[in-house]
Design a protein around this ligand. Structure first.
Ligand code: RIB
Length: 308
C-alpha cells in the first residue's frame, strides 16, 4: 500500500460550543469548550492514518508548550514526524472555533509556525517524498511552499492533491494545471473558478471550467449533499448520507483523508469518493475534528449498515 505525504498545517483547535456569536461589545457565556489537535493538514493526515495508511507529515510547530503535544499526537497515530520541525521564536498555529447548536462552525486561524514552512523544507523532505504514492496539500501554509510542493511532486512523478482551503482567488494557473486532484468545497470552487456556485448544476459548470484548465480530477465536496466529480473519468455525483450532525468542523478534512487513503489503496475514483462521503458524514456525528474521525473498524461497520 502506498504512503501518503501530507505537506501542510497543524493547529491547536480552541473549540467553543456556543448558543450564538456575541455582538460587538457583548460578553456572552458559552456552554462548553474543548482543546484539540487540528489544522487542515494534520486532520487529513490523522484521518488517513486512522484508516490504516502510512503517512509522512511535513509541517512546522512553534516554539511553545503546544508543540510537544502536537508531535506526540502525530506519533500516537503512527505518523512519520521526521519532517515536523520547530520554528524558533514563533507560536504554534491556533484556531479559535465556534460551533453553533445546529452543528455549523466559524473558524479563525492564526498560522503561526505554519507560515514559516518554506520551499527549503520541501527540499529537505524530497528524499523521503520519493517513497510516497500521493502528496496532499492545503492552503494554510505559504503559497510559495504549496507551489514548491507541486513542482516537487511533478519532478518525482508523484500525484498531487490540492484542497484549496482556506480559499484563495488568484492561484497560479500553471500550478493548477499540474494537479492530479483538486478537491474544493462549493465556496472554494466558486472563488477559484470565478463562477457562482449555488446548486449541483452550477457546481458541475464551475468544475468543468477547472477541468478545462488542465486539472485531471476535480472532486467537489457538497457537505450533506455528497460530492461530485468532473475530469478524465467523465462526470458523476454522489448523494450524501443522512446523519444526526453535532459538529461539522473538519468534515472536509475527513473526506480528503479517507479519499487519499482509498486512492493509495487502489480504489477507483467513485469508490474512493463514496467511502469519503460516508466517512465525513460519520465524522459530523462526533465532537471536534480529529477526535470525531472513526477508526477503520468502526467505519467498516458503518459502511456495512449503509445501502451503497
Ligand atoms: O478544517 C478544520 C480545521 O480548520 C480546524 O481543525 C482548524 O484548525 C482549521 O485549520
Amino acid at each position: 500500500m502506498g504512503k501518503i505525504a501530507v505537506i501542510g498545517s497543524n493547529m491547536v483547535d480552541l473549540i467553543t460550543y456556543i448558543e450564538r456569536l456575541p455582538v460587538q461589545g457583548e460578553t456572552l457565556e458559552a456552554p462548553d469548550f474543548a482543546l484539540g489537535c487540528g489544522g487542515k493538514g494534520a486532520n487529513q493526515a490523522v484521518a488517513a492514518a486512522k484508516l490504516g495508511s502510512e503517512v509522512l507529515m511535513v509541517t512546522k510547530v512553534g516554539d511553545d508548550l503546544f508543540a510537544d503535544n502536537t508531535l506526540a499526537n502525530f506519533r500516537r497515530f503512527g505518523i512519520d514526524t521526521r519532517h515536523v520541525t520547530r520554528a524558533p521564536g514563533r507560536s504554534s498555529g491556533v484556531a479559535p472555533i465556534f460551533v453553533q447548536p445546529d452543528s455549523h462552525n466559524s473558524i479563525l486561524i492564526v498560522k503561526g509556525a505554519n507560515a514559516a514552512l518554506g520551499p527549503a523544507d520541501i527540499q529537505a523532505a524530497e528524499a523521503d517524498l520519493r517513497d510516497c504514492a500521493l502528496i496532499v496539500l492545503q492552503l494554510e501554509i505559504a503559497l510559495e511552499t504549496v507551489y514548491a510542493a507541486i513542482d516537487c511532486g511533478q519532478r518525482l512523478g508523484i500525484p498531487v492533491l490540492l484542497n484549496p482551503a482556506p480559499a484563495v482567488a488568484d492561484l497560479s494557473a500553471a500550478h493548477l494545471a499540474r494537479l492530479d486532484y483538486f478537491v474544493p468545497n462549493e465556496t472554494e470552487l466558486a472563488l477559484v473558478s470565478g463562477l457562482p456556485v449555488q446548486d449541483r448544476e452550477s457546481a458541475f459548470a464551475a468544475a468543468r471550467v477547472l477541468a478545462g484548465r488542465g486539472i485531471r480530477h476535480v472532486v467537489v465536496t457538497l457537505g450533506a449533499q455528497g460530492a461530485l466529480y468532473v475530469g478524465e473519468e467523465g462526470e458523476f455525483s454522489l448523494p450524501g448520507q443522512t446523519v444526526a450532525a453535532i459538529d461539522t468542523t473538519g468534515a472536509g478534512d475527513a473526506f480528503i483523508g479517507c479519499f487519499a487513503h482509498g486512492r493509495v489503496q487502489g480504489l477507483g475514483l467513485r469508490d474512493a469518493m463514496q467511502r469519503a462521503v460516508a466517512y465525513s458524514a460519520l465524522s459530523v456525528t462526533g465532537r471536534g475534528t480529529q477526535t470525531s474521525y472513526p477508526e477503520a473498524a468502526v467505519f467498516e461497520d458503518y459502511l456495512a449498515s449503509l445501502d451503497l
